[in-house]
Ligand binder design. Structure first.
Ligand SMILES: Cc1cc2nc3c(=O)[nH]c(=O)nc-3n(C[C@H](O)[C@H](O)[C@H](O)COP(=O)(O)OP(=O)(O)OC[C@H]3O[C@@H](n4cnc5c(N)ncnc54)[C@H](O)[C@@H]3O)c2cc1C
Ligand SMILES: NC(=O)c1ccc[n+]([C@@H]2O[C@H](COP(=O)([O-])OP(=O)(O)OC[C@H]3O[C@@H](n4cnc5c(N)ncnc54)[C@H](O)[C@@H]3O)[C@@H](O)[C@H]2O)c1
Length: 475
């Protein structure tokens, strides 16, 4: 048994754990990070990176096909083997050796193995070789263990050995057909990817596609999926089995049956907290971990426990988790000097934007880029709102970007303060329009001043001018 002491112990070397450790170390703390799989976490090896690596080649090919002149140069189908090989290179063939020099240069120690809290500021790690390493934190422990796919209780589903997003993003042999249970982000992106890779895709979306977003987003993605040959059903699965040929058979409450080579479960996430010793510090294993805006865990005496990233269920996105990681790292370090340090809203120690100002991009076809509140969420939150819509395809830059460009933009305005509460773009390559919207929403830029942020001609950003003109016309 080995015993070591550090200022901070971070459980989980995903993007979030890495940021907590980095920011605390930069502030002068000694830090160790515990990782049981790959340094870089799910995002690097099974989620963001491989999924986007699968989606980019068909998206680039589609873009070329939408411009007369370049269209004629696309003379063959998508090279699936090359797509998978490019994905493999982005995940370094699931080898994290490339991440280790960064940890070393940042001055962060690494212990490989499964970590569990064993009480106040202590963690025990069972290494792959079966050794036990006992770690003691002088200041804090940060839980950044992330989340994993939730397998719902549908009779026969678990026995039918469904795919999760990990199987989909690490696919080596593209199945002839794929049924996807769920209508959220994973379903939208993986349906887009597997249609392009050549599978026959059926999406079983009991409450429609992308239901938490502006309704036109899910409708546009659904229309495109259907145009590209997918079937989108609204029933709920009530039973799953494998037939004699090994194919998955999914029965729906509507009486319909879907048969496919594989079934992908995309019904949300569950926290990785079942076996991390939460019971030793008065918390419940298997629960999401509640935190305040400085990512400090609620209800733990002494305020030494932090939880950042997916595991706290505030926002399940890498960029927002990394933002939390920066705040947590700085808050932990600040409280070494002054334990009473308060995380002021919008200060460096608080993840204030988590509440109503989160940006996200869904890399489906078309893309969906959104920040802040939807019209219905803003109304529910009690704002006096005005909704401004504009046809993104009517902007000169869009027409130049792709022949017959189709897209839509919506800005939700807080009428009392004259600022944007939320913006949603749907269309080809709208991901790159998003950060301007994030600045407008997070910065609460008055629309009267935004008028003077003149978008360059002829870019798609002229959508801002059109949205503002439409808003002013309606005054
Ligand atoms: C298919 C898919 C695509 C996605 N695409 C995007 C995207 O494009 N953009 C985006 O912003 N978000 C995306 N997300 C969400 C994103 O992956 C997560 O929000 C992000 O990975 C969360 O980071 P994290 O560090 O909290 O957790 P993780 O990345 O899950 O890292 C947690 C780490 O902790 C380790 N760990 C867990 N328990 C222990 C333990 N007991 N001891 C030691 N180590 C432990 C794990 O092995 C893992 O390495 C996607 C998610 C999925 C499923
Ligand atoms: N581009 C990105 O940023 C990106 C990409 C993929 C995933 N993610 C993140 O990963 C998280 C997980 O994505 P997800 O798509 O798994 O979850 P989700 O919460 O987006 O969608 C879950 C879907 O499953 C459905 N569902 C839930 N239980 C069901 C059941 N028993 N039967 C049938 N349908 C059921 C829901 O109605 C919903 O449509 C998301 O929160 C998202 O933020 C982000």
């Amino acid at each position: 048994m080995t015993e070591k002491q550090y200022d901070l112990i971070v459980l989980g070397a995903g993007p979030v754990g890495e940021n907590v450790a980095d920011y605390a170390t930069k502030a002068g703390l000694t830090c160790v990070i515990v990782e049981r799989e790959l340094v870089g976490g799910d995002c690097s090896f099974w989620a963001c990176i491989p999924s986007k690596a699968l989606l980019r080649p068909p998206s680039a090919r589609d873009a070329a096909l939408r411009v007369a002149g370049s269209k004629q140069s696309v003379t063959g189908p998508l090279d699936v083997a090359a797509v998978l090989a490019r994905r493999d290179s982005f995940v370094s063939d699931w080898d994290d050796t490339g991440s280790l020099p960064w940890l070393e240069s940042a001055g962060i120690d690494l212990v490989r193995g499964h970590g569990r809290l064993t009480g106040v500021r202590t963690v025990e790690v069972t290494t792959d070789g079966g050794e036990t390493v006992v770690l003691e934190a002088r200041q804090a422990v940060a839980v950044c263990t992330g989340s994993e796919a939730l397998i719902p209780h549908i009779p026969g589903l678990a026995e039918a050995k469904p795919w999760t997003s990990r199987n989909a993003t690490s696919v080596k042999e593209v199945p002839e057909s794929l049924a996807i249970i769920g209508g959220g982000v994973v379903a939208a992106e993986m349906a887009t990817a597997f249609i392009a890779l050549g599978s026959t895709v059926t999406v079983i979306a009991r409450s429609g596609l992308l239901s938490g977003l502006e309704p036109f987003a899910g409708e546009a993605v659904m229309t495109r999926l259907r145009t590209d040959g997918a079937t989108v059903l609204h029933g709920a699965p009530v039973g799953v089995s494998r037939d004699d040929d090994g194919r998955a058979v999914i029965e729906l409450d509507s009486g319909e049956t879907v048969t496919a080579t594989e079934v992908l479960v995309a019904t949300g996430r569950t926290p990785r907290t079942t076996d991390i010793g939460l019971e030793t510090v008065g918390l419940t294993p298997g629960d999401w971990i509640d935190v305040d805006d400085s990512l400090r865990v609620d209800g733990v005496d002494g305020g030494w426990l932090y939880a950042a990233g997916d595991v706290n269920h505030r926002v399940l996105l890498t960029h927002q988790g990394k933002y939390q990681g920066r705040a947590a790292g700085k808050a932990i370090a600040a409280r070494v000097t002054n334990p009473e340090t308060v995380a002021e809203p919008w200060g460096d120690l608080a993840a204030s934007a988590d509440h109503e100002r989160v940006p996200s991009v869904i890399f489906s076809e078309p893309q969906v880029a959104t920040v802040g509140l939807t019209a219905s969420a803003a109304e529910k939150a009690g704002y006096r709102t005005r909704v401004v819509d504009y046809d993104l395809g009517a902007v000169s830059g869009s027409g130049l970007h792709a022949d017959g460009y189709e897209g839509h933009a919506r800005m939700v305005v807080d009428e009392d303060r004259g600022v944007a509460l939320g913006v949603t773009f749907v269309g080809q390559d709208v991901a790159e329009l998003l950060h301007a919207a994030t600045i407008a929403v997070v910065g609460e830029v008055p629309l009267t001043r935004l008028w003077h942020a003149v978008p360059a001609f002829p870019t798609m950003s002229e959508i801002w001018l059109r949205l503002l003109e439409t808003y002013r016309t309606g005054e």
